[in-house]
Design a protein around this ligand. Structure first.
Ligand SMILES: [Zn+2]
Length: 410
């Protein structure tokens, strides 16, 4: 009996030690001022090399995607209080309390901030510590480690590679084959069963294009060269404009972004203030042998209201203005002629207020704005505002649209 009780005491002690290694005093959870996400560069021009879940619900090959950088305020808006406390302010949830601790379903644990797949149920094990534990990440590309010297301990922190979410810590007392124990907070992960992985599937081609555009902001957009040309239009919320142009055959890619302001303010939060000069804009990368710039103009003017100044529907402010950002004299002339015709024909009951502005640069928006309608067809804004526009295009321009809409059927 004494031996048993000593062993029990020892194992309890061990458990307490392990617990303290994973847990932090709640009072000290606030981020130190110099690590506040606010103070980072507002517009990420960085890309990261990660594996995402593709449209088929499979883990992709490693690809470059834009890094997700949001301000502190934006994170607070997007996350629950507890997710924010843990994921952004490096907190820890109480042991044995996390919702995913006793989950034994087969599937993937993804980042709550950016949907990046982080861990697979294949490597989950019961560590007895009170936190979901894994012996390896789903791929070495998707998490990175940093030395954490807080609270008089030296630990290794694990961080989401795409959005820098604090996930937990890794210790070297795990089981085979790695001998590692990734100690996670349930709160910063979402579990997706294998059968439903396609629901967080991302368009790998679009991500790669956004990453390319991110690393090389377009300062001198190509006019038509070969079978590739670009046009930049604004007409209210870029989710809608992007969705419309993605429908057109001959459009390789429509990228949501910002035009009209400076690089420093080319981020969603700043643009939302209406004070940056930026408009929410879409860069349309197209094949001019299949669809002309004039046709793009026609579709644009038929899918937004070019007669309401600094406003589309309920979205008001100069960031929602109707604008054509021209990259050449030819584009400017074509757009001006198009507007003159519309005014002359009284196609609209009021005069056109669309501005013609020289395109100085186009800055792609944050990754979560890309392909938004496609990824979130049931989101009320999309289903009420974007999808009717898409339907209008499909009805009115039957000979111009892709055989199948990129937006999944409802
Ligand atoms: Zn993330």
């Amino acid at each position: 009996m004494p031996v048993l009780s000593i062993m029990r005491t020892l194992s309890l002690l061990l458990l307490a030690l392990v617990l303290s290694a994973c847990e932090r005093p709640p009072a000290a959870n606030a981020a130190s001022p110099n690590s506040a996400p606010d103070e980072r560069s507002p517009m990420s021009t960085a890309t990261v090399h990660v594996r995402v879940i593709n449209k088929d619900g499979k883990l992709s090959e490693p690809i470059d995607v834009p890094k997700l950088v949001l301000s502190d305020a934006e994170w607070q808006k997007r996350l629950t209080k507890e997710q924010y406390r843990i994921g952004r302010a490096k907190g820890t949830e109480p042991a044995f309390c996390g919702g995913l601790l006793n989950n034994h379903e087969e599937g993937v644990y993804a980042c709550v901030g950016c949907n990046l797949p982080l861990f697979s149920s294949d490597s989950k094990f019961n560590s007895g510590t009170g936190w979901p534990s894994f012996f390896q990440p789903i791929s070495k590309e998707n998490v990175h480690e940093e030395v954490d010297r807080a609270y008089g301990m030296v630990r290794t922190e694990i961080i989401c590679n795409r959005c820098d979410m604090h996930l937990g810590h890794v210790f070297d007392d795990g089981p085979r084959p790695t001998g590692l124990r990734y100690c996670l907070n349930s709160e910063v992960m979402k579990f997706i069963p294998n059968a439903k992985l396609a629901t967080i599937g991302e368009d790998v081609t679009a991500l790669a294009a956004a990453a390319k555009a991110t690393t090389r902001p377009t300062t001198k957009p190509a006019s038509a060269s070969g079978n590739r040309a670009e046009a930049v239009f604004a007409g209210g919320c870029f989710w809608c404009v992007e969705a419309v142009f993605e429908e057109l055959d001959g459009v390789y890619e429509a990228v949501s972004g910002y035009a009209g302001g400076s690089k420093e303010t080319a981020n969603y939060e700043a643009v939302c203030t209406g004070a940056t000069g930026h408009a929410e804009a879409v860069k349309i990368i197209y094949d001019p042998s299949k669809i002309s710039y004039e046709k793009l103009l026609e579709v644009h003017f038929n899918t937004h209201d070019p007669t309401t100044l600094n406003r589309q529907g309920n979205d008001t402010g100069p960031q929602y203005r109707s604008a054509i950002f021209y990259a050449s004299d030819k584009e400017r002339e074509l757009a001006q002629a198009f507007i003159d015709d519309l005014n002359a024909s009284k196609h609209f009951p009021r005069p056109i207020v669309t501005t013609l502005e020289p395109l100085k640069a186009f800055y792609p928006a944050e990754a979560y704005h890309q392909n938004y309608a496609c990824q979130n067809p049931r989101q009320p804004y999309i289903s009420h505002i974007a999808l009717p526009k898409v339907e209008k295009v499909r009805a009115k321009y039957k000979d111009l649209v892709k055989p199948q809409s990129p937006i999944p059927a409802q």
